[in-house]
Write a protein that binds this ligand. Structure first.
Ligand code: SF4
Length: 261
C-alpha cells in the first residue's frame, strides 16, 4: 500500500511561503526512504521549535515533538540518548537556533550527537511579524531595527565546523529536488548533520529574486578538512554556494555514552 503521510491540518503558512516547498521535499524524502527500507517510520521522531517552521510537524503524519522556543536541540538529544535506535530529525528557524538556542546547537555539535537539524533560514523572526534575527543582513530595516541593523549577520556553518561539526550543508527551498537530495544524505550521516535551508519569507523579507539569481551548487566532493569546508561554504562575491561542504565520521555522543556505561 502506498505510504500516506497526509494530515487533515489546514496549512496556515502565507500562500506561496517557501516553507511549503520544504514540506514537499521533506515528505518526498521520508516517503522514499521508508519505501526503500532505509528508514523505519515507527523509529522516526520529527522535532520542531517555535517559529513559522514549527507548523511543519502538523502537516506530516509522523511521530513528533514540539519544543519550547530555542529548545529543540535539547529535546532531540534527550530523545536520542533515551533510545538510540530512533532517527531524530529536527526542524528549526534562524531565530529559534541562532538567537535563542545557539548554546544548545554548539554543544550538540561539539558532542557529535547523532541527530539531524534542518534550519529554515528566513533571516528574521517571521512568526512574530518580522523582527531582525542574528541572520539578518547588516542594514536590514524591520520593526525592531527601523534605522537598519547595525550588526553583522551570524554565519553558522564556519562556527559549527570549528566546534566539530561532521556534516555541513546548505540548500535552497525553491530547489525541491536539491533539498531532497541533501536531506537524504543528512539523514544517512552518522553523527550531527546540519543543513541550512535558505527559505525566503515572502511576507516580511522577500528575498526570492535575490537568491534565485545568486545560489549555485558546488561541484565536486565535500572538503577534506573543516577549514576547507568553511571556505567552500562562504559566498563567492555575490554568489551563494549550495551543497554538502563536509561529511566525515567520528564517534557519536550516544555510542560513547553506551560504551562507557
Ligand atoms: Fe512564511 Fe514568512 Fe508567512 Fe511565516 S510569515 S508563513 S515565513 S511567508
Amino acid at each position: 500500500m502506498p505510504l500516506n503521510l497526509s494530515t487533515t491540518s489546514k496549512i496556515t503558512w502565507c500562500p506561496g511561503c517557501p516553507n511549503s516547498q520544504i514540506l514537499v521535499a521533506w515528505r518526498q524524502t521520508i516517503e522514499s526512504m521508508v519505501t526503500t527500507g532505509s528508514l523505519k517510520l515507527e523509529n522516526l521522531v520529527a522535532c520542531v521549535g517555535i517559529g513559522c517552521h514549527g507548523k511543519i510537524s502538523d502537516y506530516l503524519n509522523t511521530n513528533s515533538f514540539t519544543a519550547l522556543h530555542g529548545r529543540v536541540i535539547p529535546a532531540m538529544t534527550g530523545i536520542k540518548c533515551a533510545n538510540p535506535d530512533l532517527t531524530v530529525i529536527g526542524m528549526s528557524g534562524d531565530g529559534d537556533s541562532y538567537d535563542e538556542g545557539l548554546e544548545h546547537l554548539i554543544h550538540a555539535v561539539r558532542r557529535n550527537s547523532d541527530v539531524k537539524l534542518f534550519i529554515h533560514d528566513n533571516q528574521l523572526f517571521a512568526l512574530t511579524t518580522g523582527q531582525a534575527s542574528a541572520a539578518s543582513p547588516k542594514g536590514f530595516k524591520s520593526k525592531s531595527t527601523p534605522f537598519g541593523s547595525i550588526e553583522e549577520p551570524f554565519d553558522a556553518i564556519p562556527v559549527l565546523l570549528e566546534a566539530g561539526l561532521t556534516f555541513a550543508a546548505r540548500t535552497y527551498a525553491g530547489d525541491i529536488a536539491g533539498t531532497r537530495r541533501v536531506m537524504e544524505a543528512a539523514i544517512r550521516h552518522k553523527g550531527f548533520s546540519f543543513v541550512e535551508i535558505i527559505q525566503p519569507c515572502i511576507t516580511f523579507f522577500d528575498t526570492r529574486d535575490y537568491f534565485k539569481s545568486r545560489v549555485f551548487w558546488r561541484e565536486g566532493l565535500p572538503a577534506a578538512n573543516p577549514e576547507e569546508a568553511s571556505k567552500l561554504s562562504k559566498k563567492e562575491g555575490e554568489k551563494v554556494p549550495l551543497g554538502i561542504f563536509y561529511n566525515v565520521e567520528k564517534p557519536t555522543f550516544e555510542e560513547q555514552l553506551i560504551g562507557n556505561h
